[in-house]
Write a protein that binds this ligand. Structure first.
Ligand code: SF4
Length: 319
């Protein structure tokens, strides 16, 4: 099949069922960057003088994000980019273990893109790894602990490194999953906080603002983008976290992929529908749940919805 772009005779590498377009490698790269730029403009994600910490796991999404940001803003000398990686301590069956393989890739990507890479580990920060959490056999999936602690490291280290924004590689699939998960859980407060990242009106002074430039690009297209621009990628054997299949997100992912297969455009509709709804959410959530307003954790002093924050609760449980 040929590329659908006018005058282009190159073979297509992707078919966007939701738009009806076949795109060759070159036009796919153009399309992904166009969407990311649109998203960043719409939500004022990048501002003059920003110091942007890119959360780099070394996987395809975060590697693609770092490359894309460096490319789009190559002429902006007022902006500074650096990468932050987190070693959660996750092994698995890969040739050298899941996180070791992706961190090695993160180093290669950061070097290629010419940015400093700062790596922090759960072991150093909290005294235990996700493998150790998993070995305890708690009722909740390891992801519940891993997500909270990773966010904590990203937040505190970004602040220490004087970042004005943290860029994460959430793509359309991630966003649709998060919307679905929060709907299923009836968690309106989280839904109200989600919005798209970087949007001015929902920024909270307690946190370094998060931006998600890839939030309107499907996961498959982000992967093809990473391949098309020649980024070093982790082998498929070691590219998957061994605990992912135990998470609620994994179930949501499978359901949404099935919906998308039968009804192309489902993921876009879910995220766009949520965005329209979100216009009404902030005041409702704040008014109905005043108890959810942020306090300071009595242990670590970080912003928290309760007296003791989730990260300190986890550390306590592991002791
Ligand atoms: Fe952590 Fe779960 Fe992601 Fe694995 S899949 S890195 S355990 S959040």
């Amino acid at each position: 099949m040929k590329c659908s772009k006018r005058g282009c005779q190159k073979p297509a590498v992707v078919y966007q069922k939701y738009s009806g377009l076949h795109l060759c490698e070159e036009h796919l790269v153009e399309d992904v960057e166009r969407r990311a730029k649109k998203e960043m403009r719409k939500r004022l994600m990048v501002e003059r003088g920003d110091r942007i910490a890119v959360a780099l796991s070394g996987g395809k999404d975060s590697s693609a994000l770092l490359h894309l940001l460096k490319k789009i803003f190559k002429s902006r000398s007022d902006l500074k980019f650096f990468a932050v990686a987190v070693d959660e301590g996750i092994g698995g069956k890969g040739f050298e273990g899941f996180r070791a393989a992706t961190l090695r890739n993160a180093e290669a990507v950061a070097k290629r893109e010419g940015v400093p890479l700062y790596t922090f580990s759960f072991e150093q920060e909290f005294g235990f790894s996700v493998d150790e959490v998993a070995a305890r056999g708690f009722e909740q999936a390891p992801c519940t602990f891993c997500g909270v602690l990773r966010r904590r490291i990203l937040e505190t280290k970004a602040r220490e490194l004087e970042a004005t924004k943290v860029a994460t590689a959430h793509n359309l699939d991630d966003e649709a999953q998060t919307v679905l998960i929060n709907f299923v859980r009836g968690d309106w407060v989280r839904l109200a906080r989600l919005e798209g990242g970087g949007g001015g009106k929902r920024r909270r002074a307690e946190f370094v603002p998060r931006i998600k430039p890839l939030r309107s690009v499907p996961e498959k297209e982000v992967a093809l983008y990473a391949l098309a621009v020649g980024l070093p990628l982790v082998s498929l054997v070691s590219a998957h976290c061994p605990y992912a299949a135990r998470s609620f997100r994994h179930t949501a992912k499978k359901m949404l992929n099935e919906f998308e297969r039968r009804h192309p455009g489902t993921k876009f509709s879910l995220v766009r529908g949520y965005e329209r709804l979100s216009e009404f959410l902030p005041t409702a959530a704040a008014e109905q749940q005043p108890s959810k307003r942020l306090l300071r954790c009595v242990r670590c002093g970080e912003a928290s919805a309760s007296r003791i924050c989730k990260a300190c609760e986890i550390v306590e449980r592991m002791k």
